[in-house]
Ligand binder design. Structure first.
Ligand code: ZN
Length: 200
């Protein structure tokens, strides 16, 4: 998931340093309408070095693309893995790695209320739209070592987790738009892709 430019702190947007090290660890992001995003992700069984490398590379990829959440399927690994790193409330909106959540094999155990938030997605670049989600959720999941964990989430964290879990189910946030808005999106998105191609 990515925050709209409207809700991004200005300072954070201005500085996006890419070091050589980061470039090597960046994974290509699969973007809509690529059909690979429709796959239903598989359960993680082995909590091994390969998984840890994937998690580390996903982190670099997410941070360097200004994302706050990323599901493994978005980097062409359809397994039940997602990461979330919310920005702090400070002016810079720093994403402190100490707050990084690595969520593997998540299951939503309960949900309550509804909330609307303007979402964006690294797989649907440059498009932001209001989406309705549960206000609070509870999940169980495993960490990178396979340890069983649970979490209660509300606010942006709850929204981000739901957005990423949808990815694991092969769903994108644009599927939650009304018929009219979705049509408008398809038109705008196609035009934007054409423009991008023309630039290349
Ligand atoms: Zn997304």
């Amino acid at each position: 998931m990515v925050l709209s430019t409207k809700s991004l702190p200005k300072k954070r947007r201005a500085s996006n340093p890419l070091s050589l090290k980061d470039i090597f660890m960046m994974l290509p992001i699969v973007t809509y309408p690529d059909k690979r995003l429709k796959a239903v992700s598989k359960e993680v069984i082995d909590f091994d070095a390969d998984l840890h490398t994937l998690l580390d590379d996903m982190y670099e990829t997410m941070i360097n693309t200004n994302g706050i959440g990323l599901a493994a399927i978005q980097v062409n690994k359809p397994i039940n893995v997602l990461i979330i790193n919310l920005p702090d409330d400070d002016e810079e909106g720093t994403q402190d790695r100490a707050n990084l959540l690595e969520i593997i094999n998540p299951i939503i155990t309960h949900s309550e209320g509804t909330t609307v938030y303007q979402e964006g997605c690294l797989s649907v670049p440059k498009f932001y739209e209001d989406v309705e989600r549960f206000e609070t959720i509870g999940i169980t999941y495993q960490d990178r070592y396979g340890k069983a964990c649970s979490l209660e989430a509300d606010g942006l964290l709850s929204i981000a987790i739901q957005h990423e879990i949808d990815h694991l189910l092969g769903k994108l946030f644009i599927e939650k738009l009304s018929y009219g808005r979705r049509k408008k999106f398809e038109k705008e998105y196609k035009r934007m892709q054409k423009e991008l191609k023309a630039k290349k």
